[in-house]
Ligand binder design. Structure first.
Ligand code: ADP
Ligand code: MG
Length: 348
């Protein structure tokens, strides 16, 4: 029996466009002899459609204009016949679904909200569940749990919008430079690296454009590495990768253009250090209750220390994205990676 897999794309998130790229690649790689695929597009406004048009229209966003192919869709919260409801003709048609793969990034998709919706409806979710997704989205709470598991984290302070006037005081224990970030966002949106307290206010304003909470983090010296993890009770990891920056930080532009930054897979580190990074990534993954898959990002300091940055529970998923790249370096093709994480959810 073929499994019916709903693949969610787009999303009511600033990372909508990034999701379109990831979803186009995932949809292109799913084995249609094993899965019946139901693409579900979520507009920036948050409307849901079963998309019956050409997958080639997803990446450029033109699926949204493909009116005849857009069937209004919803999730039925009832658990007896888990699945989607599609508004066809006069009424709602029930479409059974074995699992949903939210290929969504950022708020309203990667943050536990969509995961909770489907868990309530009795539909299996590819990737992390509600709690882990929400925790990983919250940079400070993720740090607190990683620290409790013995992993080093940057010194930081959390600020709400009401703290704007007292920001200098609240961040006084931190040594500059600082990274000012929205507490819950992604793709480097709203992040600024600042050198002095007089830059605090405009940087916080940029962060508050994405979330009502912000975090001020002491900059970690060194470079960033990532570890791709798949699994639940037993874990598989890809090769560790490394981001080589030529200045600044890994901002939105660099992430998606790699104009001056470079990704090295595997990272140019000793096998012993790669082993330690992998172990630390697994510790963080377990501490945050991750399942399915996630990319754990860490810093390596000049002294050989490992400092936790963040977990991306739905990392970028194009053919040239870091997560599949790390598994490719370990001998798994893009399609094999997609199949492994989908099968982990449907129990195939
Ligand atoms: N504490 C830090 N020290 C050094 N660089 C940082 C720090 N925090 C963030 N950065 C830089 O900013 C980038 C984006 O920050 P990150 O916390 O990963 O946010 P996002 O969820 O948007 O990816 C990182 O990839 C890194 O280049
Ligand atoms: Mg990041």
């Amino acid at each position: 029996m073929k499994k019916q897999i709903a693949v969610l794309f787009g999303g009511c998130s600033p990372e909508h466009e990034v999701s379109l790229q990831s979803a186009a690649a995932v949809l292109g790689a799913m084995d249609r002899t094993r899965y019946d695929v139901l693409p579900v597009g979520i507009t920036k406004e948050g409307d849901w459609f079963l998309y019956c048009g050409a997958v080639s229209r997803i990446a450029d966003g033109s699926w949204r204009m493909d009116a005849p192919a857009l069937v209004p869709a919803a999730v039925s919260p009832g658990r007896t016949e888990p699945g989607l409801l599609a508004l066809r003709g006069q009424g709602w048609e029930r479409i059974p679904v074995d699992a949903v793969f939210p290929v969504l990034h950022g708020r309203n998709g990667e943050d536990g909200t969509v995961q909770g919706l489907f868990e309530l409806a009795g539909v299996r979710v590819v990737g992390c569940g509600t709690l882990a997704s929400a925790l990983c989205m919250d940079k400070q709470r993720a740090h607190a749990l990683a620290a409790a598991a013995g992993v080093a984290v940057p010194r930081a302070a959390v600020l709400g919008q009401q703290d704007l006037g007292a920001a200098a005081q609240l961040t006084a224990p931190l040594a500059y430079p600082l990274f000012i970030k929205p507490l819950r966002a992604g793709s480097s949106f709203g992040i600024t690296r600042i050198q002095s307290p007089d830059e605090l206010e405009p940087a916080l304003a940029r962060a508050f454009a994405y979330d009502d909470m912000a975090v001020a983090e002491q900059a970690v010296e060194g470079f960033e590495v990532g570890c791709a993890v798949i699994g639940g009770s037993t874990l598989r990891t890809g090769r560790v990768d490394e981001i080589e920056l030529s200045g600044g930080f890994f901002d939105f532009d660099e992430k998606y253009s790699l104009r001056t930054a470079r990704i090295h897979v595997p990272a140019r580190i000793t096998p012993e250090l790669e082993q330690r990074v992998t172990q630390t990534a697994k510790t963080v993954y377990r501490a945050l209750g991750c399942s399915g898959f996630a990319r754990v990002d860490l810093f390596l300091t000049p002294e050989g220390g490992i400092v936790f940055n963040e977990v991306n529970t739905i990392p970028g998923f194009t053919e040239h994205s870091r997560f599949p790249g790390m598994f490719r370096a370990a001998g798994m093709s893009f399609a094999e990676v997609v199949a492994a994480i989908v099968d982990a959810a449907v129990g195939a």
